[in-house]
Design a protein around this ligand. Structure first.
Ligand code: UD1
Length: 417
């Protein structure tokens, strides 16, 4: 089992182009199922979650090939509508295939995705959205059997702006004759990216990025070529890394407007930021200061995916910051690991009080989940001494060549077997 060995204290400098967004490319790959032809996607990151998604596409009868960061998917010969349990277990977000399979084949069968390392992740909103569109869904012995014989565009309402449920409803709506209106939709930039892909494939869809999304479905989709947006959470990770280690870095390939909630926190903590179209420059020369409470919230609020990463940077700074995690129940599993590095963090339910200790120290720590693992790397970049971060499979779900990119920015990080 390999780990990253990181010796902290090297200031970061230089420029880095961030890879395509994991949270965007997975629903877009599922959307390729809707097209009876070949789609070409650019800026597709090489991540284990993407490989798992391509495996599912192949199992369903699609051709899926990668060349560099371009992936070609041909779903002309889509033959199966069931996803076996072992593939569902590998990636909880594969529930996104439900809407796409229903729209294209009128049927989908998959095992119940269950919980994950972030705690229970219910799919009731996904199912009620699909039912509202006319799908008949049977939940029996851990399996979901969905029949879409009477799909029809309608108005549906999400009681929580769930990213996954909004995407599933948009994909299913493509197969529903008439107009579907999704009220209470999530407004994340990744939803806008899905909309732009669907438009490229000929779907009449609008409203993404606002709480009401409109899809006129029931007409065949056409082959599309599309470039996936940059990964705003990967960008936040590199920025927090530079904030923890000090230095000056330029991050390109991500629209800074999609990261405002994180950039505001980094500025308040003492970093200097300059932004331009698809670029951000962060400079930091002193220990980070404590900031006003950070409360995770649906977009445009502070992203839950950046909570652990910012916490790791602030834990090695000076001053206190209160975090409140409002999206997921078990999203503080990185805290015990940060404590091994000397962090002072008190937990009480959804709240975490971080008191900066001036500088963390190196330790042997374990990634507990994707962003928790990235947070440990951020902490290690600013820590005194050497840190070993293990369980890298979590990190590889969402970061392409994290170690190589950080090395190019001047960090002392290497992967050791
Ligand atoms: C969430 C994040 C998303 C992030 C992704 C990966 C938010 C709003 N969403 O998306 O930004 O990229 O994790 O880490 O921050 N819920 C239900 N029933 C459902 C679906 C969701 O109760 O059927 C609840 C969840 O428990 C959670 C909230 O809704 O409390 C938001 O979940 P959702 O947006 O669906 O999560 P993801 O799509 O996984």
């Amino acid at each position: 089992m390999s780990c990253y060995e990181i010796t902290g204290g090297c200031p970061l400098s230089g420029s880095l182009a961030v890879h395509g967004a994991k949270n965007s490319v997975l629903p877009i790959l599922a959307a390729c199922l809707l097209v009876p032809g070949q789609c070409v996607l650019h800026n597709v990151p090489n991540l284990s979650d993407v490989s798992a998604t391509l495996d599912i596409l192949r199992l369903l009868g699609c051709r899926a090939d990668r060349e560099g960061d371009t992936v070609t998917v041909d779903a002309s010969a889509l033959s199966r509508s069931d996803i076996p349990e072992h593939l569902m277990r590998e990636m909880r977000s594969s529930v996104i295939f439900l809407g796409a399979l229903l729209a294209r084949l009128g049927r989908a069968e998959l095992s119940y995705p269950g919980g994950c390392e972030l705690g229970p992740r219910p799919i009731d909103l996904h199912l009620s959205a699909l039912r509202a569109l006319g799908a008949a869904i049977l939940e029996e012995q851990g399996a979901l059997v969905c029949e879409g014989g009477r799909l029809q565009g309608r108005e549906l309402c999400l009681s929580i702006p769930s990213v996954g449920a909004t995407e599933n409803a948009m994909l299913a709506a493509c197969g529903c004759p008439g107009l579907t209106t999704i009220i209470g939709a999530a407004q994340e930039p990744e939803i806008v990216d899905l909309q732009e892909f669907l438009r490229a494939a000929g779907v009449q869809v609008s409203g993404a990025g606002t709480p009401a999304v409109f899809v006129r479905g029931g007409t065949p989709l056409r082959p599309a070529e599309y470039r996936v947006m940059g990964d705003r959470i990967a960008a936040a990770t590199y920025l927090c890394g530079a904030a923890a280690a000090t230095g000056e870095v330029e991050i390109t390939g991500v629209n800074p407007d999609t990261l405002t909630a994180v950039l505001v926190c980094l500025e308040e903590a003492g970093c200097t930021l300059h932004t331009g179209p698809d670029r951000m420059v962060l400079a930091c020369s002193a220990p980070l200061k404590g900031i006003a409470p950070v409360r995770t919230a649906p977009y445009p609020g502070f992203p839950t995916d950046a909570q652990a990463i910012l916490m790791a940077a602030l834990a090695g700074g000076e001053g206190a910051t209160l975090f409140v995690e409002n999206i997921f129940d078990s999203r503080y599993r990185h805290v015990d690991e940060l404590r091994r590095m000397g962090a002072d963090i008190q937990l009480a339910g959804r709240a975490a009080m971080v008191s900066g200790v001036g500088r963390l120290h190196g330790a042997a720590v374990r990634s507990t989940d994707l962003r928790g693992g990235a947070a440990l790397v951020v902490a290690a970049l600013g820590a005194e001494g050497t840190t070993q971060v293990s369980e890298l499979h979590h990190i590889r779900r969402g970061y392409q060549e994290l170690d190589r990119n950080l090395r190019a920015l001047g960090a002392d990080i290497r992967e050791i077997p």
